[in-house]
Design a binder for this molecule. Structure first.
Ligand SMILES: [Fe+2]
Ligand SMILES: [Fe+2]
Length: 463
């Protein structure tokens, strides 16, 4: 059979407008996932959203480069109509997690798949070959994402599709209406603030102001090792959620900022899966101990920062990424060696992977904080000191309140700390500075001196 030559395949600008619609749909999906991850009550869904968010923005980035390839020579810009924005913002405005999952996987994904297929059929197979190859390679992935999304069965709400489905159909028909928008300006402003991370009903939480889970001997004691992994798992979830919100709440930030936040959210989701595996091997499940959302709730907003401001964003990044994840770079390198000696090979391997990602996370925090602060000629080290001073003062006041109200619990916490100290022969927990990791992440000597002066990491080269 001879291949029928299409006489009516798309012109370059027609191909570009198909690609820009695809790129917008992918970018907008990433935006919706970013806003909703923290609001989903089931952990598994958060992990799926983070992974899909990252893939969607990466597909949008590849499509964007193809659009550039088709438009650059004639100095034209492919745009989308405002109707697209109205449609996608409507999905973001879903009334419940179930309605959202149905809207995304039951309504948007099938149309996205159709649009990709239409591109394959209608574009010029030679003229637009690079797009054709790209689109063919992503189709299978998107189909599997759709199946994965629909398998979150307890979340999809097909019954809700009746009225809502009709609204979607209406907006879908109107998607080409309204004024033209450039791809970079087509997202909408955040619809809400989410100061507390959502967790499954009946979760048991570490009380505010308590010291949280306190494994006395996390290196040798099986129960304490399980407790440490449990504690780390909460850090993965809360960081995933905070980074996703950083992206969602600041659509005006550059494209690459969103790629970095999405990559980190997806990295944290992989870390959560790895920790889950280590926990299952030790017969411990998430929720067996009290859970904590402090690394989201306590880093979401700060009194000295206007809500939703750039300053708030910088404080989140300075504390979580450049301070806490910087300490993780030190801690993990040290812990990996100790656990290697203790023969904990599965933990060693997981931590080795996690360490590699933490270096990137600290680097991303440094890069974007610097970028924002340099516009105001502000110093990163000073800004970190200011943020950290507020953060510790607030934690101390919560602690004081907890101790006054719960003297017995506070005494019990101190007893565990003493027990840990006795295990270490009376010494404080060791945390040698990981200079190589820190330099690779982009910490300056000034940054490193600050953390050493604060007493959080010991610089063996000078002591
Ligand atoms: Fe992580
Ligand atoms: Fe991280």
């Amino acid at each position: 059979m001879t291949r029928r030559r299409r006489s009516s395949s798309w012109s370059p600008m027609e191909a570009a407008s198909s690609l820009v619609a695809l790129a917008f749909l992918e970018r907008a999906l990433a935006h919706i996932f970013a806003g909703w991850a923290v609001k989903m009550p089931v952990f598994e869904v958060k992990l799926v959203f983070a992974a899909h968010m990252h893939r969607a923005i990466e597909r949008a980035t590849q499509l964007k480069s193809r659009i550039h390839g088709l438009c650059h020579a004639v100095a034209e810009e492919a745009t989308i109509s405002q109707g697209w924005q109205t449609l996608l913002a409507h999905v973001d405005r879903s009334a419940s997690p179930a309605a959202l999952v149905t809207g995304i996987y039951g309504f948007l994904y099938p149309r996205l798949i159709e649009m990709y297929r239409a591109h394959v059929l209608a574009t010029d197979a030679d003229g637009d070959r690079a797009s054709l190859e790209l689109v063919r390679s992503v189709l299978a992935v998107i189909q599997s994402e759709r199946r994965e999304g629909l398998s979150l069965a307890s979340f999809s709400d097909r019954a809700a599709m009746g009225k809502r489905g009709r609204e979607f159909e209406e907006l879908w028909r109107e998607r080409e209406a309204g004024k033209p928008l450039a791809l970079e300006d087509a997202l909408w402003q955040p619809l809400d603030r989410v100061p507390a991370a959502v967790r499954p009903e009946n979760s048991r939480f570490c009380p505010t102001g308590s010291l949280g889970l306190l494994p006395a001997d996390p290196l040798h004691d099986p129960r304490d090792i399980a407790m440490l992994l449990h504690k780390e798992l909460d850090e993965e979830f809360t960081t995933l959620e905070l980074m996703a919100r950083n992206s969602y709440e600041h659509p005006e930030m550059p494209w690459n900022f969103h790629r970095d936040m999405a990559r980190q959210a997806s990295d944290e989701a992989r870390h959560a899966s790895m920790l889950g595996r280590l926990m299952r091997a030790r017969n411990v499940r998430h929720g067996d101990f009290e859970i904590s959302t402090a690394s989201y709730d306590g880093l979401y907003e700060f009194e000295p920062c206007e809500k939703g401001s750039r300053k708030e964003l910088v404080w989140r990044m300075l504390i979580r990424q450049t301070f806490m994840e910087g300490l993780a770079v030190d801690n993990l390198a040290y812990d990996i060696e100790r656990r290697r000696l203790a023969g904990q090979t599965d933990i060693v391997q997981a931590f080795e992977y996690i360490l590699r990602d933490e270096v990137f996370h600290a680097q991303s925090g440094l890069r974007w904080s610097r970028e924002i602060l340099s516009r105001e000629n502000a110093s990163l080290v000073e800004a970190r000191a200011e943020a950290f001073a507020y953060f510790t003062a607030r934690a101390e006041s919560a602690r004081e309140h907890f101790v006054m109200e719960n003297l017995d619990e506070a005494m019990a916490e101190l007893a565990v700390i003493e027990q840990g100290k006795a295990q270490r022969g009376g010494k404080r927990p060791e945390r040698p500075l990981n200079r190589t990791g820190r330099r690779q992440a982009g910490y300056t000597e000034e940054d490193i001196s600050q953390i050493v002066a604060w007493g959080f990491a010991r610089d063996k080269s000078v002591n």
